[in-house]
Design a protein around this ligand. Sequence first.
Ligand code: NDP
Length: 272
Amino acid sequence: MAQSLNGKVVLITGASSGFGQETACLFARRGCKVVLAARRLDRLQDLAERIRSQGGEALAVPVDVGQREEIDLMVQTTLDVYGQIDILFNNAGFGRLDWLENLDPQRDIETQVAVNLTGLMLVTRAVLPHMLERRAGHIIHMSSGAGYIAAPLYSVYAATKFGVRAFTDALRREVAPFGVKVSGIYPGPAATEFGQHTGNNVLKRSFKAPAWTSLSAEAVARRVVRLAEHPRRAVILPWWFRPVLWADALSPALVDWFLRVAFVGRFHRPQP
Ligand code: NDP
């Protein structure tokens, strides 16, 4: 049976653009009170205003998920205003994609791990005691198709998203007896601002992916809301990503060979 969303309090990190923004709009339309969190407060305030002008309820809260005190403040503010958190959509993240030797140790590696993995863990850690106490709640973690397949140029990003998958699976098993649900969502490439932050890598310079391979932010948001209504372990999308994951799981040597011949051997030119 579908869980009713009306009146639920939903905390969304990364709500200032892309998946987070679209998901906030859909949850608000379903009668949820949405708490919008990210660093760009002006964007969050505009979105909150838009939601309110359409009859919804929204609160904008600034947070850098790389800063533990800001996470604690975000969760406390949400609890002070609404008294509870029913759904956490832990979504904030970014990807810096390049050959490992080209990645900056601090900006591209440490910060990526701090935001995508440690930040996600700390947000969930801050919300969890409240859900355990109420014996209710649903935590949805944004991973990625890169949480299943580790492609060249994606080394650090994939490591964070594999980490999110492991964290999600372990936590789901830890808290299942206490009425708290934990799910992972694993989208393939999507048209959001994500691509503006990946850096100027060889893939970007040399390839233009066909439009049909790219999901829309709204399509992902619809799956997040459906996941909230029908909680399950994992959602992988789009459908054609599944055979790709199976190929990698069943025959990694074949995938290694293909990537070497078709991509890495042609484009990876380490500088001396
Ligand atoms: P966007 O760049 O559009 O959105 C990223 C969001 O994360 C923004 O709201 C941004 O807000 C927020 N964010 C980034 N860093 C921080 C931080 N330190 N603290 C708080 N918020 C932060 O990209 P998407 O919507 O595509 O990405 C959302 C999630 O989906 C990410 O985790 C990404 O890895 C994942 N994903 C994306 C895919 C894609 O192809 N687009 C595919 C699969 C997964 P602000 O800058 O205001 O802080």
